[in-house]
Ligand binder design. Structure first.
Ligand SMILES: Cc1cc2nc3c(=O)[nH]c(=O)nc-3n(C[C@H](O)[C@H](O)[C@H](O)COP(=O)(O)OP(=O)(O)OC[C@H]3O[C@@H](n4cnc5c(N)ncnc54)[C@H](O)[C@@H]3O)c2cc1C
Length: 474
């Protein structure tokens, strides 16, 4: 009997496994693929995901594998630099191949004690009052107290639960691949700059040694079930750019759509959904992986508390209550970006207008905080603006705040020196630091770094400790 079985070892499943292991939860990850995907999709880790990595001491491990890029220019690919003074110590984007981030997160989960079994496909589930029976394609049946479907866009777990996945089907497909190109680099750059004004998404980005990342709109009515061929790429490049750039020797070729869908419920009894299993949207702004990893960060400590019997009754349901609206907002911003990258005169006029508006610092800042997820504020009730937001990595004592969150515990950051975590000190650390860079007397941080309480009254604090961390010990 495991505490939690996770279906799928993509970025979401691996992150969740590691988070659960911080609290000694017995975790088994079942992954259908024997090898991690070789398909090299370069994704961008946005500011909030970099912060999560820093909060768990993972950032130094991830940084050497990626390339830092400026944080701006992601909303609908409108090339505006980020405004000065973004509210983070990690105000950049890290471009990193998805297989690398998956490998690093999987290694991290295993080091923390998670079991990962590859070549195992989840095909069935049944739940009862005590747990979930998970059936695999080879007929094996496993038992756990909870199951989390992190099994991607076509999630078997979501389908088995019968959870609705309303939204819009894919309207436009895009071809994406890595190929060599014979045309001289300057000619390619000039042609791409010209065509990229008219057709989006469209690019050939050099990777060195004559290899390019190629993205071009697919032909209408193409067969989605069939993987694209080199000839498909050549035809589409000729149709869109008037030349096929002499592309040849593909490393890999793929196709993706722009379907936009959101699961109606993130929890059905003892089964939960996270990552692409719960939401899909076009890759504009590079948000999908980030959103999934952030789901895992929100869910991990809550599910662990539930398993250890310490969770307040409604804690696990706050996962849906907090993360569903965040995904709704991401879906909406990708819908808007799709319109803004369409070729028609109306969308192009809107794009020009938004480009002008982004010269206003507040507009630009708002869009960047949205895309990078540092603007997320959970609705935790009435209170100051900081309530429900994440706290940046401020200076505390001799070190940094995020260094104090590596163990995934709560933190009482107390400038008054009068308060105490009392009967919750087995799960909440207390740091009395009158010099902390805070303009409020005291904050209670959840293990995911979001502010759960602000104030200076011990009784009020105790009520909030109960609300988030359950009954006091003893
Ligand atoms: C072209 C493109 C570019 C993108 N760029 C970005 C970007 O820049 N930034 C960003 O944040 N996101 C980006 N994304 C989105 C990102 O790739 C996904 O959101 C991310 O992979 C979701 O992670 P996940 O772990 O939820 O799901 P997945 O990565 O799909 O992982 C699911 C895992 O579950 C396994 N699985 C499936 N079914 C079963 C089963 N029945 N039993 C066991 N295992 C199963 C799968 O094999 C897989 O390993 C991009 C997507 C595309 C298509």
């Amino acid at each position: 009997m495991f505490d939690v079985i996770i279906a799928g070892c993509g970025p979401t499943g691996a992150m969740l496994a590691a988070e659960l292991r911080l609290h000694d939860v017995r975790v088994l990850v079942l992954e259908k693929d024997i090898e991690p995907a070789s398909f090299v999709r370069i994704v961008g880790l946005h500011i909030r995901s970099l912060e999560l990595m820093a909060m768990r001491g993972l950032l130094d491990r991830v940084l050497p594998h990626g390339r830092r890029r400026p944080a701006g220019g992601f909303f609908a690919a409108i090339p505006k630099p980020a405004p000065e003074g973004l509210d983070s110590e990690y105000a950049y984007l890290l471009g990193i191949p998805q297989p690398v981030i998956v490998r690093l997160l999987e290694e991290h989960a295993i080091e923390r004690g998670a079991q990962v079994r590859r070549g195992r496909t989840v095909t069935g589930l049944e739940q009862d009052d005590e747990g979930v029976t998970v059936e695999l394609s080879d007929g094996q049946r496993l038992r756990s107290r909870y199951l989390v479907g992190c099994d991607g866009a076509r999630s078997t777990v979501r389908k088995l639960l019968g959870v609705g996945f309303p939204g819009e089907p894919s309207r436009n497909d895009t071809l994406m691949g890595e190929l060599k190109a014979d045309m001289p680099g300057e000619e390619i750059a000039a042609r791409v700059a010209e065509i990229g004004q008219i057709h989006r998404p469209f690019w050939l980005r050099p990777f060195g040694e004559g290899v390019y990342s190629v993205v071009v709109p697919a032909a209408e009515g193409g067969d989605r079930a069939e993987p694209p061929t080199l000839e498909d790429f050549r035809q589409r490049l000729r149709a869109v750019a008037g030349t096929d750039f002499g592309v040849h020797s593909p490393r890999w070729l793929s196709r993706f759509g722009d379907a936009t869908r959101l699961a109606e419920r993130y929890r059905v009894g003892r089964v939960l959904l996270a990552g692409d299993a719960a939401h899909i949207h076009p890759p504009l702004g590079g948000q999908g992986l980030n959103l999934g990893v952030q789901d895992a960060f929100n869910l991990g400590w809550k599910l662990a508390a539930q398993i250890r019997g310490r969770a307040p009754e409604t804690l696990l349901d706050t996962y849906h209550a907090e993360r569903h609206p965040v995904a709704e907002d991401v879906l909406d911003n990708t819908r808007a970006q799709m319109e803004l990258t369409s070729a028609g005169p109306g969308p192009q006029a809107l794009r020009r207008l938004l480009t002008e508006l982004m010269d206003f610092d507040e507009v630009n800042r708002h869009l960047i905080e949205k895309i990078t997820a540092i603007g997320v504020r959970y609705d935790l009730g009435e209170g100051p603006d900081l309530l429900g937001r994440r706290l940046r990595d401020i200076q505390v004592g001799q070190g940094r705040l995020y260094g104090l969150l590596h163990r995934g515990r709560g933190l009482l950051l107390d400038r008054t020196g009068r308060l105490t975590a009392g009967g919750w000190s087995d799960r909440v650390d207390h740091l009395a630091d009158p010099t902390a860079e805070l303009d409020v007397p005291c904050v209670l941080l959840r293990p995911d770094g979001h502010v759960a309480w602000i104030g200076d009254d011990q009784q009020d604090l105790d009520d909030h400790l109960s609300r988030w961390f359950g009954r006091p010990a003893g």
